[in-house]
Write a protein that binds this ligand. Structure first.
Ligand code: PMP
Ligand code: GLU
Length: 401
């Protein structure tokens, strides 16, 4: 019998971040004492204004199909936010609202790429970018930023650009490294994009979560790069709305129109209820966003302070944004724990879970097998317990026990 699956499905990898988090949550549900440090979502509740907006939408009967790119008021409010917060001169007609930033990125790749087009992705990078590029018929070209402390290097990027390159994907602030790109780095990328006739997808979903570093939208650096950039953002992280599924993209009118047409054929408009909740979030008091950021900052400093002195654990710089920390752990490879030979990040994470009941995401699917990703989107108590266990694990490996 021939395979029921087509080529695309056969080469498709499921999202590693979602898979690891689901496994840890299932173990917790079974009553296993797991400290789950995999979460890619804030542990805070959605702010009251957004919740009220969603409930009001249901009560008032906003429960029908909406225009595909979103309700007019929400597109207006998003355009205003992009102008006011980020200095981006987008009009409402250039905004396309989707079921999460994930869909916005996929829409963008689907309309920008022809089969075989190359997409440059600075790595370590969020696990879904290369898979989405492949789904859209493109070829991911990973550019390792490790030799440059995760900063963008003009020479390395320029060397990756070929006549087939169409897009550069930027994630600012970065999941998993926490890097926030500087004005100079972004100007360098903008220059490369303009001189090589490339487009940029700028995923700015962690924009509100920075800890001292200035956040700059690449598209704010001038009219040429504005025209070449698809700016992606969403509500999952800033407003703790991961389950509501709400993201958006803004782009030049031709790209925005194509993204809307593509979306009209596969999913239509995002949930009407969620759109009203998102509108209320944007119009409501923004104090909860800052309160959440302050908490994340405390946790970030706590986790970094605990990791730094641990044997065999290295932090190449302090994360400046998002809610992840990406320590290098490869010095501890080569040992055997709980019957598991630790020969890379996947086995390291398995042994940590098996021996010490701490769940983390291996670095491999982010493009570095020398690292693991720890999320600090959980309470300080959870982090304290997690770090105690992690320290004992690292010590036992370092001591060869
Ligand atoms: N981009 C990055 C870098 C992410 O970590 C995530 C994680 N959820 C997303 C996009 C997608 O977010 P959502 O679809 O929930 O808006
Ligand atoms: N983006 C989050 C993470 O990196 C959530 C899971 C996902 O969508 O990948 O863990």
């Amino acid at each position: 019998m021939r395979s029921p699956l087509g080529l695309r499905a056969r080469s498709l990898q499921p999202s590693a971040t979602i898979a690891v988090d689901a496994r840890a949550k299932a173990l917790v549900a079974q009553g296993v004492d797991i400290v789950n440090l995999t979460a890619g979502e804030p542990d805070f509740d959605t702010m009251p204004a957004a919740r009220a907006g969603g409930i009001a939408a249901i009560e008032q009967g906003f429960t029908r199909y909406t225009p595909v790119p979103g309700i007019a008021e929400l597109r207006e409010a998003i355009a205003k936010k992009l102008n006011d917060d980020n200095g981006l001169e987008y009009k409402a007609a250039q905004v396309v609202v989707s079921n999460g930033a994930k869909q916005s990125i996929y829409n963008a790749l689907m309309v920008l790429l022809d089969p075989g087009d190359e997409v440059v992705i600075p790595t370590p990078a969020w696990v879904s970018y290369p898979e989405m590029v492949k789904l859209a018929g493109g070829v991911p070209v990973m550019v390792d930023t490790q030799p440059n402390q995760y900063r963008l290097d003009a020479k390395a990027l320029a060397a990756a650009i070929t006549p087939r390159t169409k897009v550069i994907v930027l994630n600012n602030p970065s999941n998993p490294t926490g890097v926030v790109y500087s004005d100079a780095e972004l100007r360098m990328v903008a220059g490369l994009a303009v001189s090589n006739d490339l487009y940029v997808i700028s995923d700015e979903i962690y924009e509100k979560l920075t800890y001292g570093a200035e956040f700059i939208s690449i598209a704010s650096l001038g009219p040429e790069i504005l025209d070449r950039t698809v700016t992606v953002n969403g509500f999952s992280k800033a407003y703790a709305m991961t389950g509501w599924r709400m993201g958006y993209a803004a782009a030049n009118p031709e790209i925005a129109q194509a993204m809307s047409s593509f979306q009209s054929q596969c999913t239509s408009g995002a949930s009407s209820i969620t759109q009203h909740a998102a509108l209320a979030a944007l119009k409501g008091d923004q104090a909860p966003v800052e309160a959440m950021r302050v908490q994340f900052d405390r946790r970030r400093r706590y986790v970094a302070g605990r990791l730094e002195p641990m044997p065999g654990i290295h932090l190449d710089g302090m994360p400046e944004g998002a809610f992840y920390i990406f320590p290098r752990v490869d010095e501890l490879y080569g040992k055997q724990v709980a019957g598991i030979e630790i020969n890379g990040s996947v086995r390291f994470a398995e042994a940590l879970l098996e021996r010490s009941r701490v769940a983390v995401v291996p670095g491999l699917p982010f493009g570095s097998d020398r690292h693991i990703r720890i999320s600090y989107a959980c309470s300080l108590e959870t982090l304290t317990e997690g770090m105690d266990r992690f320290e004992a694990f690292a010590r036992s490996l370092a001591d060869g026990r």
